[in-house]
Design a protein around this ligand. Structure first.
Ligand code: ATP
Ligand code: MG
Length: 385
C-alpha cells in the first residue's frame, strides 16, 4: 500500500501534507511529484498555468471523492492525498508530463533511509540519478550522486555502474527537501485545459473526432462537445465519459438535425442526392458556429483527415468551410490512419467506437464538389443568406 507509514503518523489529519517526519526518520511523508513541461516556459503566464493545472488536478480528484492538498513550488507541484488512485488520475491530466510517488525527507535523513530501504536486495550494480530542481540547494546534483553513491557502495557493498545499472536510485531536490522515487508515470504533456479558451468540437462516435478533441484539450482548449444524434446518443455519452478522464468538467450538447430529412428529400427531388454528406457537414458547421457565438468559443474542431474517406477531399473541405467564418481546427488532417488509431487506443476511445449508421448516406457521394454547383444547390434549398 502506498501510504502505510503515514496512516499511523497522521491520525489527526487526512492530509500527509500536514504531517512531520518523526525523529527516527523512518516514517516519512509520501507525496506525488507532478512534473510539467511547457508551462514552465510561459513567462508571466506561468502562475496562471500552474494554478489552472492545480485546479484541474484537484477537481479531478474531488469528483472521485479523493481529498488532496497541493504545494506549488517553482518547477514542480507536490500533491498530498491518501488515495492509491490519485497517481493514475493525475497522470491523465493535460499539462502533466510525469508523476512519481515519492518519499520526502531532509538530506541528512536520506542516507539512513536508503540504507534501510535498499538493504536485503543482495549485491547490485547501481547508480544514483539526482535532479536538482532547487538550484539554491548547497550541493550540486553531481555532488549528491557522489556522496550518496559512495555511502551505498560502502554500506551495502554495492557496485557503481553508470552504464548499465540494475538499480537506479532516483532523487529530486525540491525546495530544500529530498525526494526518493522509483517510477515515473508518463502524463499527456501539453497545456492545462482552460488556459487557451473554448472551442466547439463536433464529435461523432467514430474513431477520429474523439482524438481530435483530445488533441485540442492537450493544447489547453476547453471543448464544448456537439453531437448530432443518429440513434447514437448512448455511444456518444460513453465517449464523453472517456474524455472526462482528461478533464473533470466537459460540457456537451446532443442535438437532432430536425430539418435535415427535409433537405435530403429536396436534394432527391433535384437529382442531387450525392451532395448529402457535403450538405450535412456544411449544416453541422453552421450549427457549431451558432453555438460557438452563444458560448463565446473562438473555434470549431472536427476529426477530418485528408483523403481518409471519399468525401474528405480538399475540394469538399473547402466547400463546407464556407459555412462559418470561425476558424475550423482539424488537428488530424495530416495524420495517417494508423497514427490516429494508435492515439485512440492510448486515450481509451478506440475500443468504444461505433460505425456510422447514418441513414441518409447516398450510395454515391460527391468527392470533388465544385463551388458553382454547391452554391446553386444551396440557392435551390433556400440556404444562401
Ligand atoms: P469520425 O471518426 O470522427 O466519425 P469520420 O472519419 O467518420 O470521422 P466523417 O463521418 O466524414 O468522418 O465526419 C467528419 C467529421 O464530422 C467528424 O470527425 C466529426 O468532427 C464530424 N461529425 C461527423 N458525424 C457527426 C455527428 N453525428 N455529430 C457531430 N459531429 C459529427
Ligand atoms: Mg464518422
Amino acid at each position: 500500500m502506498y501510504f502505510e507509514n503515514i496512516a499511523t503518523l497522521t491520525l489527526s489529519s487526512p492530509f500527509l501534507y500536514q504531517s512531520e517526519p518523526n525523529s527516527t526518520g523512518n516514517a516519512l511523508r509520501k507525496c506525488l511529484i507532478v512534473r510539467y513541461g511547457e508551462i514552465a516556459l510561459k513567462g508571466k503566464n506561468r502562475e496562471r498555468f500552474e494554478k489552472t493545472l492545480e485546479r484541474n488536478m484537484r477537481k479531478s480528484l474531488e469528483i472521485r471523492g479523493i481529498e488532496s492538498k497541493f504545494k506549488r513550488i517553482r518547477g514542480r507541484i507536490l500533491a498530498y492525498t491518501s488515495s492509491e488512485e490519485a497517481e493514475k488520475v493525475i497522470s491523465k491530466i493535460p499539462g502533466v508530463v510525469s508523476v512519481s510517488l515519492a518519499e520526502e525527507m531532509s538530506y541528512d535523513e536520506l542516507f539512513q533511509f536508503l540504507a534501510n530501504k535498499l538493504s536485503g536486495m543482495g549485491k547490485k550494480r547501481f547508480k544514483v540519478d539526482t535532479k536538482r530542481v532547487d538550484k539554491s540547494f548547497p550541493k550540486t546534483s553531481i555532488e549528491i550522486n557522489r556522496e550518496v553513491g559512495s555511502y551505498l557502495k560502502e554500506k551495502l557493498n554495492w557496485e557503481v555502474d553508470l552504464e548499465n545499472p540494475q538499480v537506479t536510485v532516483n532523487l529530486e531536490v525540491i525546495n530544500g527537501r529530498v525526494y526518493y522515487f522509483t517510477e515515473k508515470v508518463r502524463g499527456p504533456g501539453g497545456l492545462p485545459v482552460g488556459t487557451q479558451g473554448r472551442v466547439v468540437s463536433l464529435v461523432s462516435t467514430g474513431i477520429d473526432s474523439p482524438v481530435a478533441t483530445y488533441l485540442m484539450m492537450k493544447r489547453g482548449c476547453e471543448p464544448i462537445l456537439l453531437h448530432f444524434d443518429r440513434g447514437t446518443e448512448r455511444e456518444f455519452r460513453r465517449i464523453v465519459d472517456l474524455l472526462s478522464e482528461y478533464h473533470y468538467d466537459i460540457e456537451y450538447l446532443v442535438e437532432e438535425q430536425k430539418e435535415f430529412p427535409k433537405y435530403v428529400k429536396k436534394l432527391d427531388e433535384i437529382g442531387k442526392r450525392e451532395w448529402t454528406c457535403v450538405l450535412c457537414k456544411y449544416m453541422m458547421l453552421k450549427r457549431a458556429e451558432e453555438i460557438a457565438k452563444k458560448k463565446k468559443a473562438l473555434g470549431i474542431v472536427t476529426g477530418d483527415n485528408l483523403g481518409q474517406v471519399a468525401s474528405q477531399t480538399l475540394e469538399n473541405i473547402y466547400l463546407v468551410s464556407k459555412a462559418t467564418s470561425h476558424p475550423v481546427y482539424r488537428p488530424l488532417i495530416g495524420m495517417d490512419k494508423v497514427e490516429i488509431e494508435n492515439l485512440a487506443k492510448r486515450i481509451g476511445t478506440y475500443e468504444h467506437f461505433t460505425k456510422d449508421k447514418c441513414e441518409f448516406r447516398p450510395r454515391r457521394v460527391v468527392t470533388r464538389g465544385r463551388e458553382e454547383d454547391f452554391s446553386s444547390i444551396l440557392a435551390e434549398l433556400g440556404m444562401l443568406e
